[in-house]
Every structure is written in C-alpha cells, then in structure tokens.
Design a protein around this ligand. Structure first.
Ligand SMILES: Cc1cc2nc3c(=O)[nH]c(=O)nc-3n(C[C@H](O)[C@H](O)[C@H](O)COP(=O)(O)OP(=O)(O)OC[C@H]3O[C@@H](n4cnc5c(N)ncnc54)[C@H](O)[C@@H]3O)c2cc1C
Length: 347
C-alpha cells in the first residue's frame, strides 16, 4: 500500500473517494456517524461525465439496469403549456449517452458493493467524528466527505463558509404510478418536477416559498395541470421528505489544506438542487482526487492535492453558482418576463 487515508462520511462522495483511493493502492478506512446506511432518498441525475467517472472508478454506470435514461422532459406553465425543452437530448447528442436517473439507495448500494469487493476497506458506522486533528495525526490523508455541515471543513478551513438557507423548502417523493409526462412546471415562487425512476413509478420534487405542513402542500399546486394534483393527493405524505434548500456560502478559497486534508462533494461546495448536479459533482471530485493521488504517489501528496484543487474547485463552484442562479430564476415572482426568456431557449 502506498499510504493511509481516512474518509469521513459514507455518502456518495465518501464511498466513491474510498473506492478510488483503494484502487490507487492506498490503505483506506471510512467512518460514518450514522449507525447504518440511510436507505432513503429519491432519484438522482447522473450526467454522462459522472457516468464516465464512475466507470473509471470501476463502478458499472448502468447500475445493473436499475438506472433509467432521462429524455423528453419539458418546462411547462401551471396550465400545462410547454415553454421549452430541458436540454437532455442536446446533452445526449454531445456525449453519445443519455443522462441517467437512479434512486439514491441503488446508487449507494452500487458503491458499497464496489467497496466491499476489495475485502479490506473497513467502514465503521456510528462514529461521529469530532477530533479531526487526531485523524490528521494518524493518517497520511484525511478526506472530508461529511456533507454540508462538514466538521473537517470547520476544523481545517474555518467557520467562515457554512450552510446558507435560500428561503425555499423542497419536498421530494415517489408516486406509485407513471406520470406520462416529465419535466418541470414553473409557477410564481414555486415549481414542481416529475422524472422517471423505475417502471410503474414517478420521482417528483416540489419547491414552495417556506415551511408548510405536508397537508398544505397540495394547496400550493391546486389547479395545476395533470397529474400534479393527483401525485400530491394519491401518494402517502408519510413517504415525503422535506428540507430547507441551502448552499455553501461563501465559496471556499481552497478544497485542500496542509498538504494532507481534502474536501469532496457537499463538504466542499454544497449547492441548491436546481441543476441536479449534487451527486455528479461529488463523483467527479472523488475520481479526480483519487487520480491525482495515484499519479503523484504518497511522497508528493501536497502536489497531488494541488492538482485536485486546480482541476475541480473552479468547475464545481461554477456549477454551484449556476444552480443558485437557476433557483432564483425558477422561483421569481416575475413570471411573465421569466417565461418569455425560457421560450427563447433552443428546442
Ligand atoms: C440520507 C440522505 C438522503 C439524500 N436524499 C437525496 C435525495 O433524495 N435527492 C437529492 O437530490 N439529494 C439527496 N441527498 C443529497 C445528495 O446525496 C448529496 O447532495 C450528494 O450526493 C453529495 O453527497 P456527499 O457524499 O458529498 O454528502 P452527503 O450525502 O451529505 O453525505 C455525507 C455523509 O457524511 C456523514 N457525516 C456527516 N458528518 C459526519 C461526522 N462528523 N462524522 C462521520 N460522518 C459524518 C453523513 O451522515 C453522511 O452520510 C441525500 C443525502 C443523504 C445523506
């Protein structure tokens, strides 16, 4: 083995990083504060670039047939008028493969299986890391993959950057029927999205201006086109998840510190979900970090981390900035101007 690494957090970013570092020949361990893998979460978009990164990590990006291609999605008004297409077909033409949707538990399972296959990467559940310094002393490399409230970030990058609420609340869930149409419907200060996820089911997400009880959510979409009201009245609110939309602010001046600490995923650049890039950017970070570490070797770890930072920081922060801007645009009250601009998008 070329060095020892500990990864804090067993989400998508942490598991992908552990796989990459182990493939690079490092001795890797993962610590996770939850007592078991969280088996919830709805569909995540996997862009072709993230699919390629997963393949470079040795992970089957078709997820054993459990991912579905995302095509034919439109942006609509609440009355159901089509304003534009989401750029999925353009992405597919350019990349030669479609954007995929995979439910978060399936993606986590695929990553866990790839990690298990090594047989020598311990994943310790129920370990809530507080003492980052002790990890840094005991390992050649510490990776903070511990999400938007990262303790690794707080310890090594200071408290200046932290989670910032953007003032809206997201609701996500799965309906037990196929919606027939996909895409997003944009109203004033709120929107509703529907995507495929697996046969017979529809992944949906909604954003409203503030915290509301689940029972009030259908009222925000009353009179919207089919099947939006049906999704909200025919699915069990007990299966819905809601969270205040946040992003990391201000953007970090570096993703690496002290020649032996690196951040990946939400710990480095948590973003609003509007561009659907949270999981993708975490995978891209993981693959880039592992590749730079493999290229430079343990003796040149600071150079490897600088290479990772140069490759990923601006790119990930651009995506986060774009996602925040899109959130503003989608939830504006000036719907007339917004919809006129959306109609100008190429088909
Ligand atoms: C349970 C769960 C469900 C989600 N569901 C969705 C969804 O449905 N749709 C969507 O778009 N996004 C969802 N997300 C977010 C999405 O997966 C992430 O934004 C994206 O994949 C980036 O992942 P990440 O690995 O960087 O961070 P995260 O997914 O946040 O993972 C961070 C991990 O670090 C662990 N951790 C945090 N602090 C510590 C500590 N001190 N010590 C040890 N471990 C620690 C956390 O428990 C967590 O497992 C979900 C995240 C989680 C954790």
């Amino acid at each position: 083995m070329t060095g020892t690494a500990v990864v804090v957090g067993a989400g998508i970013g942490g598991l992908a990083t552990a796989i990459g570092l182990r493939r690079a020949g490092w001795s890797v361990s993962v610590v996770e504060r939850r007592t078991e893998t969280a088996r919830y979460g709805t569909a995540l978009g996997i862009h072709p670039t993230a699919q390629s990164a997963l393949e470079r990590l040795g992970v089957d990006a078709a997820f054993g047939g459990r991912a579905v291609p995302y095509r034919g999605a439109r942006i609509r008004t609440p009355e159901g008028r089509v304003l534009a297409s989401l750029p999925l077909e353009r992405i597919e033409r350019k990349a030669g493969r479609p954007e995929l949707l995979i439910s978060r538990p399936h993606l986590i399972d695929a990553l866990l299986a790839a990690l298990d296959a090594f047989g020598d990467v311990p994943l310790t559940y129920g370990e809530n890391v507080f003492d980052v310094e002790a990890l840094v002393t005991g390992h050649d490399l510490v990776v903070g993959a511990d999400g938007i409230r990262s303790v690794v970030r707080a310890a090594y990058f200071g408290e200046r950057s932290g989670p910032r609420e953007v003032g809206t609340v997201a609701w996500i869930g799965t309906a037990d029927f196929e919606s027939g149409i996909h895409g997003e419907t944009w109203g004033s200060g709120r929107f509703f999205g529907m995507t495929p996820v697996e046969p017979g089911r529809t992944n949906w997400y909604a954003t409203v201006p503030g915290t509301v009880p689940a029972g009030d959510l259908p009222g925000y979409f009353e009179g919207w086109h089919d099947p939006i009201p049906r999704i909200l009245t025919e699915t069990d609110p007990a299966g819905w998840i809601s969270y205040g939309i946040r992003h990391l602010f201000p953007a970090l001046p570096a993703f690496v510190r002290a020649g032996k600490v690196a951040l990946v995923g939400d710990a480095a650049h948590a973003m609003t979900p509007n561009l659907g890039q949270g999981a993708c950017t975490a995978v891209l970070d993981a693959e880039a970090l592992a590749r730079n570490v493999a290229r430079h070797g343990r003796s040149a770890l600071p150079a490897a981390l600088r290479g990772y930072d140069a490759e990923r920081r601006r790119s990930a922060q651009r995506v986060a900035f774009g996602s925040r801007g899109l959130h503003r645009f989608m939830t504006t009250g000036r719907t007339g101007l917004r919809d006129s601009l959306v109609r100008l998008l190429p088909g």
